[in-house]
Design a protein around this ligand. Structure first.
Ligand code: HAM
Length: 426
């Protein structure tokens, strides 16, 4: 609706906890995603795209014990009275899609997605963040745990990050996990008074969340809690040993952390997190993952084990800043076209260059030669092509080399693409 004259329209800002990604930062995003696509593509993972929202039930299977489900979901009713939610993470939708389409296994896919969580925003924590991630579904082979962990590791390396540490744990089989949760609840129940008050309510129903607590009093208590790695079934212990041996063989350094339970309830067997040394500890996880052998079934599908990870783009870029990796490169065109005859000749020339694979930009608004040349200099282009009245009449274009003191050559209009391509190749 147009604003009535004299009324000052509200200047809108991006919603709290979200941010705009503009050039040149967006150029870093593109490069990050290209590196990820390369690493995953070479390992035969294909891109999967699924809807940004799902029936809320899909995400409720992440576990009623998780903050993501209990407090942070962006849920709503649509006009058809369906209860939907924006995805808080990538795995549930991918497993829903696996159940629906029943592809051949192992199904190896990667994704790039925004995730929505109603969290209290702070540095490195957003209400809309973005993940690149991968899932391998349909096989319980520990070599797939090893594969996805090593690929995640190689992705960070390919970005130029080196100050990362990997913590690894096993949640055991679903039975181990359940038995451990009960053992832990009993143990914590005997120390209720020593725990931070805010964590006490979780002891009976969600004891694993207590292990995850960052509150000082609780951290001190759980330091002595029973460790899940001391209570693994033989099968789970063998799986875990195989994963460790595989990572050793591939030169992926890790540290076992039996208190690493992660924030989502679907994990069985391997769980892990990569942390950036350069970031403050509350938001230093640049990615995490694990195996989720019961998730497909809990979403109504046939049993299908799976394993994967998600990595937060915003946090990776913060870590990259700290390590001076993945630096901004000024995205510049090769050619800048300046036209002081009205713009039509310059427009046609610009498109002819682009259609021949040469990057080119131009000035708009029929500005003066001086003003257009300023834009040309700022553009970072190597060459400028000038069209004035004289050139137009003579059927020529003046080529100016912006990097070598502005030397000029007159070119016949029909030779421009060929000449420019030859100069750029030099
Ligand atoms: P997650 O640990 O909840 O796991 O998130 C993965 C990564 O996303 C985190 O390590 C962090 O880098 C980033 N992240 C999470 N929340 C935020 C936030 N509020 N602001 C900024 N970055 C954030 C998952 O989402 C699982 N789906 C990973 C997975 C895939 N497990 C198996 N397959």
């Amino acid at each position: 609706m147009p604003v009535a004259s004299g009324v000052v329209a509200e200047l809108f800002q991006a919603p709290k906890g979200t941010r705009d990604v503009l050039p040149p930062e967006s150029d870093r995003w593109q490069r990050l995603v290209a590196v990820f696509a390369g690493v995953m593509g070479r390992a035969a993972y294909g891109l999967v795209q699924s809807p940004m929202f799902e029936d809320i039930g899909v995400f409720q299977r992440l576990g009623e014990g998780t903050e993501v489900v209990r407090k942070e979901m962006y849920d709503f009713y649509d006009k058809g009275d369906r209860r939907l939610a924006l995805r808080p993470e990538g795995t549930a939708s991918v497993v829903r899609a696996f159940n629906q389409h029943r592809p051949t296994v192992p199904w190896k896919v990667w994704y790039l997605t925004p995730c929505f969580r109603y969290e209290e925003p702070q540095a490195g924590r957003f209400r809309q963040h973005h993940q690149v991630g991968a899932e391998a579904i349909g096989s319980a082979d520990p070599d797939l745990d090893i594969e996805v962990i090593a690929l995640q590791h190689d992705f960070y390396r390919a970005l130029g990050l080196s100050h990362l540490s990997l913590r690894l744990n096993s949640m055991g089989s679903p039975g181990d996990r359940q038995a451990y949760a009960e053992r832990l609840a009993t143990w914590l129940g005997q120390r209720l008074g020593d725990l931070d008050e805010a964590d006490r309510a979780n002891v009976a129903d969600h004891p694993l969340r207590v292990l995850d607590s960052k509150r000082e009093r609780t951290v001190a208590v759980v330091a002595d809690a029973p460790r899940i790695t001391d209570h693994l079934s033989d099968e789970a212990a063998a799986h875990f040993a195989r994963v460790q041996a595989g990572l050793d063989a591939l030169g992926v350094a890790y540290e076992i952390d039996s208190r690493l339970v992660r924030g989502l309830d679907y994990y069985t067997h391997s769980t892990w997190e990569f942390a950036a040394g350069a970031l403050t500890s509350a938001q230093n996880a640049v990615g995490g993952g694990g195996r989720y052998d019961g998730l497909a079934e809990s979403l109504g599908g046939k049993p299908a084990p799976g394993v994967g990870f998600g990595a937060g783009i915003e946090r990776i870029l913060l870590a990259a800043d700290a390590e001076e990796a993945l630096l901004d490169t000024a995205a510049s065109v090769d050619v800048f076209v300046v036209d002081v005859t009205g713009g039509g000749a310059g427009r046609n020339l610009t498109f002819e260059l682009r259609r021949n694979g040469i990057s080119a930009d131009r000035a708009f608004d029929a500005r003066s030669m001086k003003a257009q040349m300023k834009v040309a200099d700022r553009s970072g282009a190597r060459l400028a092509l000038l069209v004035g009245e004289e050139e137009l009449a003579a059927g020529t274009v003046t080529l100016r080399d912006l990097r070598s003191g502005g030397s000029q050559t007159a070119l016949a209009r029909g030779d421009v693409v060929h000449e420019v391509a030859a100069r750029l190749a030099r």
